[in-house]
Design a protein around this ligand. Structure first.
Ligand SMILES: Cc1cc2nc3c(=O)[nH]c(=O)nc-3n(C[C@H](O)[C@H](O)[C@H](O)COP(=O)(O)OP(=O)(O)OC[C@H]3O[C@@H](n4cnc5c(N)ncnc54)[C@H](O)[C@@H]3O)c2cc1C
Length: 381
């Protein structure tokens, strides 16, 4: 994170017709902007936060995500990443250690900043600290409103890539964007605390119990990243996230008191959600904004990078000459790439929602670790 990134002004952005406006500079947005800027398109990235910023995430990139970054020519964003060697699964007094290969750990502050820097170096323009809201479509473009604390402006783009992450699509167009949110979905929470030496480096510790699951990993700067998917009713009963996670740590034998570190939790909306169709006129939705399932298998970033590559050719055609057929095309391609893979995660999620299954599963894995191979492959590719 040594080179700074310069934004363009809102006034300058408002004077041109953009080929693409990318909403959100997470992995899906930054990778898409990088690929399209490299092709010579006029790309504007709009991000509501200012980078570097933390993000609710386990910070583990699967082997598949690492290979995808290499394939896209983005592997140097991982220069400070730490290789992952093992995955320790714990529940109450039981635990099993499974070897992993190919995955790495990197804080989201570092990873996302590096990706954004690459997109800007490839020629994309950037506005941070402004929220983008989808506007009306006309024959040649779609409008987008940008709201910063100081001003509100209107932009025009031939195509919008909506990569705004988990949550409602920011929309002022009057079009309906139906989304299915699973009723009992857990929420995501995360915090970074000083002193990651509670756990071994190069290891993910994952604790599972009836409240949900929490993953602990030591980051590149030695701090500890805690990320969890938790049952909302249990958080309420326990009186807060720190209480729930402290209980989970204590029951699995962690001596260190989490409350002593006063963790500052960031949270998400309910995690398991899906847009009925991830495309609408002059707009493709990708990454978490299109749909996500609970993150136990840590695949979200791999999906984001793969979707960025997949959208590239369709985006090029859509910029040159938008056709209504592109809505079905993106729905079809996206479904083929991501939704079928999310099925594996849904199966694991069902198992995690059935706490009595977890203990026998851990026992079985410790007796016959070879049966973990497909499971570990699904986590770390
Ligand atoms: C608890 C938890 C743990 C996880 N652990 C892992 C893991 O270990 N490994 C893994 O691969 N995945 C993990 N994931 C999933 C991963 O974090 C996501 O899949 C990934 O970040 C998706 O990238 P994205 O670009 O779609 O969205 P995001 O990374 O969420 O980026 C979206 C960006 O859009 C910006 N934005 C939103 N709205 C607007 C707007 N209106 N205007 C402008 N900007 C906007 C946001 O500020 C944000 O920067 C985890 C998720 C959770 C909840």
């Amino acid at each position: 994170m040594n080179q700074s990134i310069t934004d363009i002004s809102l006034t300058k952005a408002a004077t041109q017709l953009w080929d693409v406006v990318v909403i959100g500079a997470g992995p899906a947005g930054a990778a898409s902007a990088f690929l399209l800027a490299q092709e010579g398109f006029k790309v504007l990235i709009v991000e509501k936060k200012t980078f570097p910023r933390a993000k609710v995430c386990g910070c583990c990139l699967s082997g598949r995500a690492v290979r995808q970054l290499e394939h896209l020519g983005l592997s140097e964003v991982l220069t400070r990443a730490i290789p992952l060697k093992s995955f320790v699964l714990k529940s109450a007094s039981q635990s099993v250690r499974l070897p992993t290969a190919g995955g790495v750990v990197l804080s989201r502050a570092e990873l996302d900043y590096n990706l954004l820097q690459r997109a800007v170096s490839a020629g994309a323009d950037l506005i941070q600290g402004s929220t983008a809201i989808l506007g009306q479509v006309n024959d040649h473009s779609r409008t987008i409103t940008l709201q910063s604390p100081a001003e509100t402006i209107l932009l025009e783009a031939k195509l919008i890539l909506c990569c705004s992450g988990l949550g409602e699509i920011p929309n002022n167009s009057g079009e309906e964007i139906p989304v299915d949110v699973e009723k009992n979905s857990k929420i995501g929470v995360a915090a970074i605390v000083d002193s990651g030496n509670w756990i071994e480096s190069q290891t993910i510790e994952m604790i599972v119990d009836r409240a949900g699951y929490v993953g602990l990993v030591q980051l590149e700067d030695g701090k500890l990243n805690l990320a969890a998917a938790l049952n909302r009713a249990i958080i309420k009963q326990a009186g807060g996230v720190t209480q729930v996670i402290s209980g989970m740590l204590e029951r699995t034998g962690f001596g260190t008191k989490l409350s002593a570190f006063a963790p500052q939790w960031q949270g998400t909306l309910p995690i398991t959600r899906q847009l009925r169709c991830p495309a609408f006129p002059r707009t493709f939705v990708l990454g978490d904004a299109a749909g996500y399932v609970e993150p136990f298998t840590g695949e979200g970033m791999a999906w984001a990078f793969e979707s960025a590559e997949l959208v590239q050719s369709l985006a090029g055609q859509a910029i040159h000459n938008w056709k209504p057929q592109f809505v079905q095309d993106w729905n079809f391609h996206h479904q083929k790439l991501v939704r079928r893979r999310q099925l594996t995660c849904k199966i694991i999620k069902r198992m995690l929602d059935t706490p009595w299954l977890i203990r026998p599963a851990i026992n079985l894995l410790s007796i016959a670790p070879q049966i973990s191979r497909p499971f570990v492959r699904s986590i770390h590719g």
